[in-house]
Structures are given as C-alpha cells and as structure tokens.
Design a protein around this ligand. Structure first.
Ligand SMILES: C[S@@+](CC[C@H](N)C(=O)[O-])C[C@H]1O[C@@H](n2cnc3c(N)ncnc32)[C@H](O)[C@@H]1O
Length: 391
C-alpha cells in the first residue's frame, strides 16, 4: 500500500502505556499522533515512518499498516471484502503467514473463526490464480497479518513488526516472572529516567530493568540486535532507505560508562541468567551484578536511582511472607541511596506496597499480565520521614 496522509499506522502497546507511547512517538518526530485503545494512531507519510517506529520505539509492541477498512456485517461480507486485497503483493508461496485476530462482533462467533474466514479468502484467491496456497504457520509465521473487528468496523492490517517488538534479541533466558521489555522501557519513561543517574535494581532477576536502562543510557536503539522485521516483506521495502534509517539511529549510540549500573539477586540462577542476557545485549562489562540478598548488599557506588520489581506473590499466603521483604526494601531505599535520590517500586500487590514504609510521591497505575500494578515513586532526601500511608 502506498503511503498517503489519509492512512494512519496503528502502533500498539501494552495496557497502561498509551500515554508514554504517545510522548515517545512525538519525540521520534510524529507530532500528529492520536490516542487509541492500547495504542496510538500515526498519520502515515512514508515507509521511513514504519522503519523508524519499529527500530526506535522502546514502548511499542507492533506497528500495523492497514490494508483495508470496511463495514462487516457477517462472515460472507468478511470473506468477500478480504478478497479485495491483492494478496500476492504481500504474501508469497514460499513464506508462511498467520493472522492474529481481535474480534468482537455479534455475528462472528470468535476471533479464531473470523481469522479462518480471512485465511480462506486469501488461500482461495491464490488457488484461483496459481492452484497453490501459501503455507500457514500460526506459531512462527514469516509474515504476520492482523484482523481487528469491533462492532461492524473491520480492519485488515499488515504487521510491519513481524515478531513483536518486545523481543529485542537479548533475552536468551527468562528466569522467574521477567518483565516485558516494552513495559520496562515504559516504566523508565514514567520515572523520567535520563540515563546519567547511578542506577540499582536490587531484585534484578533476568536483568530486564538493568538492560533497558543501559539501552536508554547508551542511546542504543531497541531494535539494534534484531535482524528480521515484518516490513522487509512489504512490496515497497527498499534496503537502502531502511539502512539509512538504521544507520542514522545507530550513529547516536554513545559508549556506556562503567560504575553507573548495579544489580543483585539472591538467586544463583537469576544472576547466571542476568549475566547471560547482559552479555547478549553487549553490557556485560559495564553492568555489575552480584549474587546477594539485597538486605546484605551495598552497591559499590551509592545509587541515586533505584528501579525494582520485587516478588509480589500469587497466593494469599505469600503476602505475609513477603511483608518483611518490602519493609527491607524501604530500608534499602532509605539507607543505601545517595540523597537526593529517586526510588521506584513496581508491584501488583497494594497491600505489600504499603509495607515499604515511605509516602509515595506518585502512583502510576499500569496493567501487567491482566493484573493491575503500580509504579510507586519515592523521593528520597536526607532523613526522610518514615510513615505508612493508604496507597
Ligand atoms: C519479579 S522477579 C524480578 C524480575 C526482573 N525484573 C526481570 O525482568 O527478570 C523478583 C526477583 O527478586 C529476587 N529476590 C527475592 N528476594 C530477594 C532478596 N531478598 N534479595 C535479592 N533478590 C531477591 C528473586 O530471586 C527474583 O529474581
């Protein structure tokens, strides 16, 4: 599809990240971004926009290019209108494809069924022209399409990201409850992280918060390690132009200084995984990770920025066990930071959050994995008042 100012790209994000995504897109040079449900609309001017957002947005999950918008009253209309797209422009017989569907419609039974109708329309169009059908791979497709139907508005889009953008390429292993990379980047934007602070994550797990901070501080594009993108299958994809966009972003990278990033975890496995991921991200030498319980850990340099996602428990009985840990986290913030400092605790458990024992300056509400979570912001000055508050 040729770029035209009448088309909006739809840039998706995780729940609760819409505002920070908008801010980021404006900074990336898209001032006319409009808010959307779990995402934002960006007026589409040129294929460079697609390259730029995919390569440089830390918060976006996917960049969708609409191919067709239509009113859809039933499955027959969906089938017929899906055939209006000239599919051999986007799909090839030697490349697998899949359709990700998000459908709420009274006549269409469910998203899977609606996706099947579109898949049939596509395959029938190919069979009529070539007697062959393009292969489908729902798990790991080379080309990803997207179907969105809400009430009677249907949109079929080409997913220009392909593999979702949180898959940066550095997470070789996950560990216990790792944060999604795009969510971690969103938390840093909410926190106003600049990249020149001395940062510590005292429950670092697989290292997502440390690595996303290091990426921001070194101005490394989040797509730096990726090689494959959905947009490479677009008919107007041009390697030279893409490399211009990529090289321009890569030239902004600055070397990461040692002595600014510290983490610890009490789990041997977590520390091993974190170090593996740091190495994959290229930050093994600059980010120092220790095997330690944070209650006994003193970072080699006192941090003035703490970002932490402590365990928050799943079962009710976990809460009692975890309360002392949250109290100790409050002590860590008070005792181990270089004042003035900022502390951020991301947790899905409100009851536990109160145990930190400091009055939060702000609470940013974010949904994470279907659970409502909060990023609590603490301002730490010399001798802060210790008080419990209703969060
Ligand atoms: C929710 S996970 C953090 C996940 C991490 N943000 C990531 O993206 O991988 C919580 C981590 O806290 C660690 N932890 C729990 N208690 C700790 C303690 N007292 N000291 C240090 N680490 C602790 C656990 O081992 C676990 O790796």
């Amino acid at each position: 599809m040729k770029a035209s100012s009448k088309i909006d790209l739809y840039v998706t994000c995780g729940p609760g990240l819409e505002k920070v995504l908008e801010q980021e897109l404006i900074e990336l040079g898209f001032p006319n971004v409009k808010p959307g449900f779990r995402g934002a609309f960006v007026p589409y001017q040129s294929i460079r926009d697609i390259y730029t957002i995919n390569y440089r947005s830390r918060i976006a999950s996917r960049v969708l290019l609409p191919l067709l918008r239509f009113r859809c009253r039933n499955a027959r209309e969906l089938y017929n209108l899906a055939q209006h797209i000239q599919w051999d422009r986007y799909l090839k017989l030697d490349k697998t494809f899949a359709i990700d569907a998000n459908v709420t419609h009274p006549e269409l039974r469910n998203s899977l069924y609606a996706a099947q109708v579109v898949k049939d329309a596509i395959c029938d169009q190919f069979v009529t022209a070539t007697e062959k059908r393009p292969p489908v791979d729902p798990k790991n497709p080379q080309i990803q399409l997207n179907l969105f139907i809400h009430e009677e508005l249907a949109v079929i889009s080409f997913d220009t990201s392909g593999t979702p953008l949180h898959k940066r390429g550095y997470r070789l292993e996950g560990g216990e409850a790792p944060l999604q990379e795009t969510l971690a980047a969103g938390l840093y934007r909410m926190a106003g992280y600049k990249g020149d602070e001395v940062l510590c994550d005292p429950c670092c797990g697989s290292g997502t918060l440390l690595i996303e901070a290091a990426l921001i501080a070194s101005k490394t594009p989040p797509g730096y390690l990726r090689r494959d993108w959905g947009f490479m299958n677009l008919p107007d994809f041009a390697t030279e132009e893409w490399l211009q966009v990529k090289n321009q972003a890569d030239q902004e990278r600055v070397p990461l200084q040692k002595g600014f990033f510290f983490g610890c975890d009490k789990s041997k496995d977590a520390v091993r995984i974190c170090k593996t991921n740091l190495k994959a991200a290229g930050f093994a030498a600059q980010v120092e990770v220790s095997l330690a319980d944070f209650r006994e850990f003193t970072p080699p340099k006192a941090p003035n920025f703490v970002m932490v996602n402590p365990p928050h428990g799943i079962r009710l009985e976990d809460v009692g066990v975890l309360k002392p840990l949250y109290r100790a986290l409050g002590d860590f913030l008070k005792r181990k930071t270089a004042k003035p400092a900022k502390g951020f605790v991301f947790t899905a458990n409100n009851e536990l959050a109160k145990e930190v024992g400091l009055a939060p300056k702000k609470r940013h509400v974010i949904s994470s994995g279907g659970v409502e979570a909060r990023l609590l912001e603490f301002d730490l000055y010399e001798g802060p008042k210790v008080q419990k508050t209703d969060l």
